[in-house]
Design a protein around this ligand. Sequence first.
Ligand SMILES: [Zn+2]
Length: 137
Amino acid sequence: MDCSLIQSELALYHLGTVGDEERARIDTHLLECNECLRAYFAVKRHIDAERIKPSAELRARLSLSVREAFRSTTRSRVQRWLQRPIPVYQGIAAAAMALIFALAAPLLAKGSVRTQLKAGGVQIDTARAHPEKLDLL
Ligand SMILES: [Zn+2]
């Protein structure tokens, strides 16, 4: 392959304006030819140094527009809070709480407001101010 032909296209190659077929051809050649690889690095260094850097005004404008685009509102904060993944340890804690509640529910139900005691064969409603017989007869 002709090295001078490759080297004449290195600038376009670096700027990404060559076709896929041409790019593949140059890639292959650069892997095999040290001279062209060195020439490519020189072209690349030259182009990168010449690239226009954004002015302070442009950078300020850009940063302002980025800040406005990503400004957080109450709604976006709530959305982000709702979208965050639930950490494993919090899931485990929630599952443990649910299990404890499920196991304790029957015990808690027994201790509800209306407790009925059986004293000496007589049922007594403890929710009433004065003990009362519950037997209908
Ligand atoms: Zn070459």
